[in-house]
Design a protein around this ligand. Structure first.
Ligand code: HEM
Length: 561
């Protein structure tokens, strides 16, 4: 049953000689015993803003306790209630649970979520679509919102009501991995949103150049033999190099130690993040201290990048804001911002490592997902080749050409719909008590997320949702007025692999151009198929993360033109 928010009116307050205080409240609606206990144990102190002796706290809450007399809490019971409910339930008992909801047994639910997240999310979606359900994680409950209306509602909520940053911090404590700057001084989001996105057209030639060089280096295929490639690890390296061309420029993007740092640091952080999800909040700082060697990553980054940064600072000192051959990359933009803020160069490295982290994993997984569809169904190659060759002949490898590649765009979008990188999206933490439009009460501190995989496989949103239809979106784009809505980068309440709303991925415009160029390059230069001609292997779920099965190889052969 969904419960609305509770509004309490203070009726009277009395002090006696023993410094005891008794308060009387009335509530708008009858309360359950659980709610009464939560209020008795936790909330009243905060609501009134002054300290009360809990064992003397007398609450008369209309409906719940009027026939039983005042509720008296005892210190031990009080502490138990605080720990038990604040930590585990946080007033979420009214939200249906997938898996056991009894406090200690909920750990089994958390364990099950690691191995069977797909089944649990599908079950919750099928039962409560249009509403919410909750799933246990070892460290807290996660409330899952479903349906277009609630997704739209979450996307529109301002940061002071539903915080994206606090949710990210909860899922993944950025400060332990990158230091405090990313959280406290998040100028990088605007930098990606404006500078990087605006410069895509200028940068695409470098991107394509780096794609050619890194494919040659990592996929040395010939025309007469099939070369097996372990796709995800290979494309982590390729994406690291291609992105680094834009993030730190030449020659650093060719430096093996730097690329190694970019890939390994990203992998390490993902590994730690998974492990940390098993720990209660209060243990995370302690665990982070032992599990994450932040300083090591930052100090290697500093060792490698310091000479480059110093050289650029010298140029800035000599020439001011512009000089011949001034680098046009993210490192330069971060240096300028940090020097404008009057900070020293130690503050630059965390941002560069963070860019690697957000870009490399997400893009290499997304690319591998799409490549698996291509390898499983080589019949898609001919129409894609035809489109690419026609467009590139006319417009070269430009941003305009990428815009015109509607089939390639549709292929990527469809792959992202069916696979994605995460079964959850739009994570937020409630900063205030909120009642959603379906009547569900979400108490302060609750972490919520939208069920993205289930949304993408809902037949109300997509016809034959479980079928990979590479031209699903390019066909729609042919219809009047539908062109923009079905592009790879377009988000909506039915399409949330990049999130939706204010915090939708700011890097998606760059990512889409990079991934489309990589896919188009693969298609015109190689034939691909699975080793053993197997069908596309099922994705592997690690909790809510969705990755391609890395136990299979894709075979590459240089195309005979
Ligand atoms: C295919 C590749 C990518 C995918 C699937 C992806 C997905 C996402 C998602 C789901 C979010 C959270 C949105 C939300 O919960 O509302 C996000 C946020 C973010 N992404 Fe991406 N991303 C990708 C590539 C990139 C790249 C290449 C960059 C940087 C150049 C980037 C930078 C960011 C940043 C900075 C945020 C946080 C935004 C904020 O703080 O408001 N992403 N991304």
């Amino acid at each position: 049953m969904k419960k609305s928010n509770i509004v309490l009116d203070k009726k009277s307050s009395q002090s006696n000689n023993n410094d005891r205080e008794s308060l009387q409240f009335t509530s708008e609606r009858p309360l359950s015993n659980t709610e009464t206990r939560i209020l008795t144990g936790v909330r009243c102190d905060q609501t009134q803003g002054h300290r009360l002796h809990s064992q003397e706290l007398r609450l008369y809450i209309k409906g719940a306790s009027e026939d039983k007399g005042p509720i008296r809490t005892r210190p031990l019971f009080h502490s138990f209630v605080i720990i038990f409910y604040r930590w585990k339930f946080l007033g979420l008992a009214h939200i249906p649970t997938i898996g056991p909801s009894v406090p200690l047994l909920s750990y089994f639910g958390a364990y099950r979520f690691v191995h069977e997240a797909k089944d649990m999310l599908n079950e919750g979606y099928a039962k409560y679509k249009g509403g919410v359900f909750k799933i246990a994680r070892a460290d807290r409950w996660l409330v899952i919102v479903t349906g277009r209306r609630l997704i739209d509602e979450v996307r529109m909520m301002p940061e002071d009501k539903m915080s994206f940053r606090d949710a990210v911090d909860d899922f993944f404590p950025l400060r332990y991995c990158f230091g405090p700057d990313i959280r406290e001084n998040p100028f990088h989001v605007e930098l990606i949103r404006s500078q990087l996105t605006r410069q895509i057209a200028t940068m695409l030639e470098d991107v394509r150049d780096e794609i050619c060089a890194s494919f040659d280096a990592y996929i040395p295929a010939s025309t007469n033999e099939w070369l097996p490639i372990s796709t995800l690890s290979t494309f982590q390296q390729i994406v690291a190099r291609v992105s680094s061309r834009v993030f730190v420029g030449l020659p650093m993007c060719h430096d093996k130690d730097y690329i190694n740092l970019a890939v390994m640091h990203t992998r390490e952080i993902s590994r730690v993040r998974q492990a940390m999800n098993w720990l209660p909040q209060f243990m995370k700082p302690i665990a982070a201290h032992y599990m994450i060697d932040t300083k090591h990553g930052l100090s290697i980054g500093m060792k490698l990048l310091k000479p480059v940064i110093q050289e650029r600072l010298d140029q800035m000192h000599k020439y001011g804001t512009d000089w011949p051959q001034k680098p046009n990359d993210m490192l330069q933009w971060v240096i300028e911002e940090i020097t404008d803020q009057g900070k020293n160069i130690d503050h630059i490295i965390p941002y560069i490592l963070f860019f690697n982290f957000v870009a490399i994993h997400s893009s290499s997984i997304s690319f591998t997902h799409a490549l698996y569809h291509l390898a499983a169904s080589p019949e898609y190659i001919a129409p894609l080749r035809e489109e690419i060759e026609t467009v590139v002949k006319q417009d070269g490898w430009t941003k305009l050409a990428m815009q015109k590649l509607k089939k390639v765009d549709s292929f990527m979008r469809e792959s992202q719909r069916m696979n994605g990188i995460n079964a959850l999206s739009l994570s937020r933490m409630a900063k205030k008590d909120i009642t959603l439009s379906d009547g569900t009460f979400i108490p302060t501190g609750t972490v919520i997320a939208a069920a993205s995989s289930a949304t993408h496989l809902d037949s109300e949103n997509y016809t034959d949702p479980n079928v990979f239809d590479p031209w699903r979106f390019s066909s729609k784009r042919e219809e009047d007025g539908e062109n923009a809505r079905h592009q790879f980068v377009a988000t909506s309440t039915e399409y949330i692999p990049f999130g939706h709303g204010k915090h939708a991925c700011p890097g998606r415009f760059f990512a889409a151009n990079e991934l489309k160029t990589m896919l188009a390059y693969t298609i015109v230069n190689y034939d691909v198929k699975f080793e053993g001609d197997i069908p596309r292997p099922q994705n592997v779920w690690h909790g809510n993360r969705v990755v391609p099965d890395t136990s299979v190889n894709v075979l590459f052969r240089k195309r005979v033109v």
